[in-house]
Ligand binder design. Sequence first.
Ligand code: ATP
Ligand code: MG
Length: 414
Amino acid sequence: MASLQPVRGTHDILPDEARRARHVIDTGRNLAARYGYDEAATPIFEFSDVFARTLGETSDIVTKEMYTFTDKGGDQITLRPEGTAGIARALISGGLSQNLPLKFFYAGPMFRYERPQKGRLRQFHQIGVELLGVAEPIGDIEVIALGAAILDELGVRGNTQLELNTLGNTQSRAAYRDVLVEYFSDRRGDLSEDSQQRLDRNPLRILDSKNEGDRAIVIGAPEFDDSLDAESSDFFAEVCAGLDALGVAWHRNSRLVRGLDYYCHTAFEFTTDALGAQSAVLAGGRYDGLVEQMGGPSTPGVGWASGIERLSMLIGDGPEKTRAVAVIPLGDAAEAVALKLTDELRRSGVSVDLGFRGKMKQRMKRANNINARAAVILGDDELEQNAATVRDLDSGEQELVPLTALRDRLEQFR
Ligand code: ATP
Ligand code: MG
């Protein structure tokens, strides 16, 4: 074996982090359910075409970031880099478009071959929502409000800002594209190599470039607003008004474009400056053309995804771990009783850690290490009286409790 290190950009999610991630997922799932979004899960790998055809052949994801391989049957497979394409594929292959609108929540791993850094991994995890079959701005408003509600519930909203933009309808985007091509072509030589390619294939993407030189040029680029037609501006105005009515603060970022080809109208991102270079926490937009582009019936859609690792970093310690009760048997006879007692307590809902071995001192040390709330000590004296010594590990107080009353006595430590 070459190395026992995890593969670059992957890491083990140990209990403290797993607890924070679980809290993020549970919060997302619960709030999504309150908004009528039910959980769904698509496979972690799909035929490569599902992504290649929909994310755009010029997108960073498709050109640089996909984990693609040929499986033993000769099929081209890709580990999913994002969740929307799979949901759209499921809508088509499952014939779900009879039941629109559909509202989905999902959570799970995503894979992108990126340069790993803090908050940027090759296997990372997202929660996300998709609303399919709603063409009206109220759909955009609802999914953004749901994102805001989840950030609120996690206590991180104050660390974020909602940036909002419109990419207009197809005609407006085509018009803007022409204006941009003209502007950037005059400055072609000063653009980064990546952006020179974007200029030929998808000039809007230049607006999103992280290259310093590109950014200086982008500052002077024409504004999208001048190319928006009435339908596009009205749509955007309704989204803005809806967010205002809900008290969801936002600000306009007219340079915000999404990295993927299928977006139109609303684009948004909750960003933070608490995570260094990785500022995007929750991002999404409207993708009316996606399902049709994949070969399905024309179906509007809007949604977002949020990185669980980035959210977990923002929530800090997260919720406290449930504190167990430590059962500490001393001697063979006590061990037999403790085994049975522990099983009964666990079945009745108490979290119990059973000391497996060692003298009293070592077992108490273990109880302290796991931050147990109380210890239930069973020695010969206790056994004789059909009782256990219950010690409150915070106050140090202890008392003898009959085994029959133990369950009730432990209630107070919950
Ligand atoms: P970025 O600009 O940071 O590369 P993105 O535009 O590629 O983000 P999206 O495709 O919109 O990201 O994914 C939605 C969210 O998923 C991001 O806002 C971020 O929280 C998270 N995310 C994306 N890529 C990664 C990654 N490689 N590692 C960890 N989280 C990620
Ligand atoms: Mg990215």
